[in-house]
Write a protein of this length. Structure first.
Length: 134
């Protein structure tokens, strides 16, 4: 899943920016997960948080693109990526005895928080001047 999401993130944000965002969302997701589980025995610190960070980056970018659409269905177009992200998360991020669902959730949330504003900046000519999102 990481390779598939990685290709989509690279196509959406550009290779360097995309992988930088992946690393940042994974780091922040693991940091947030450690903070949330501070009182308990902390049991994981892994790359799966970054994989779900990729999913969050794509959801955040999808919400931004859907919201920017010039349509009376703006809210619906912004809601579809969130529902798709929740569906993918529920199929792949939950379950199993050794699965740290909180780490997956925090990675996805951090990715969404990072992905939306960065997609908005790229769409408005951000740092590179590209108009990547139409």
């Amino acid at each position: 899943m990481g390779l598939v999401f990685g290709v989509f993130v690279s196509n959406t944000f550009g290779v360097l920016r995309g992988w930088g965002l992946v690393m940042l969302s994974g780091f922040l997701g693991n940091l947030l997960n450690g903070w949330v589980q501070m009182g308990e025995s902390f049991r994981s610190l892994g790359a799966s948080t970054a994989v779900f960070g990729m999913l969050g980056l794509l959801v955040g970018a999808g919400v931004t693109v859907g919201w920017r659409s010039r349509s009376y269905r703006r809210g619906l177009r912004a809601l579809v990526p969130v529902l798709a992200g929740i569906m993918i998360f529920s199929m792949t991020g939950i379950g199993g005895e050794g699965t740290d669902t909180m780490a997956h959730l925090t990675g996805m949330l951090c990715g969404m928080i990072l992905g939306g504003p960065v997609a908005w900046m790229i769409g408005h000519g951000g740092s590179t001047g590209e108009e990547r999102f139409v």
